[in-house]
Write a new protein. Sequence first.
Length: 310
Amino acid sequence: MDHQANLREEQTSLVIEAAPLEVRTVDFSPAEIVRHQVGRWRGVHAETIQVISHEHFEYGFKHDYHLLVAIEHGTRYDGELLVEGLPTSTVRSCSHKLILIPAGRRFYGWQEPQQLTRSICVYIDPRTAAVDPDCRFDEVDLQARMLFENSGLWQTITKLKAQIGSGDPASRLYAEALGGVLSHELLSLNGTSPPSRQNHRGGLAGWQQRRITDFVEEHLAEDISLDALSGLVRLSSYHFARAFKRSFGEPPHRYWTERRIDRGKTLLANPHASITEVALDVGFATPSSFSAAFRRITGQTPRDYRRALE
């Protein structure tokens, strides 16, 4: 088999990849007391939680994923909060606080809510998160933390929340990268850092850049993971993301979005193609998500861009 045929076979196998596995999330009782929305990506899942009743409820979780909870609003008349290994908390106001439950630890609580609780749960798989392999993240014993503050973690969680339900096809690449950022922030919080190395990796080699750009152009409208892209050039997802940015001056998700928008411009030049058709052809789930990305990058809406061509 020649090199080009081998490359096509390798690329095809990368495109047809399994969807992220279901992750066990926090259990609520009664279950109907909450509304939630989940975003699932390789190595990291995010879930928004909105309590919709003032009745008594309980919740619990224990799994082989790390759980990071960001409580946006949470005030209770009474209740308890337990993370295995830490004293039980009976604090009544938990708004704007974080909780870290390491993999394998039990998380349990109950409350009589005063303010309807709204929070974000982030589940991180220590085995597949986009983290520096030298950190040995899956072997690190993270310290449980109760109701603490950390602006860096909060900002990253907020960015991850924005990717839930996003119609932007690049959101998967971005979410997986954010999962890696969160993992490194947790390692820093834990006082753990990777071994120092004198030689830092540079950018992608010429053949790696060509392979990635060719792949992007051929699969522009498809939903591709960071892990799949890094596999094309035989790097870990962590090292790939950093080498890509050094070579192209921007992260993979932004580059991919810009290439989609460039393709969209070409398609918009055809007056017979509707904006909805163009959006779908370049991978966006909805015309509104396409329009938002188009305006963010070009400063114009697709409709205004098309009118300027007339």
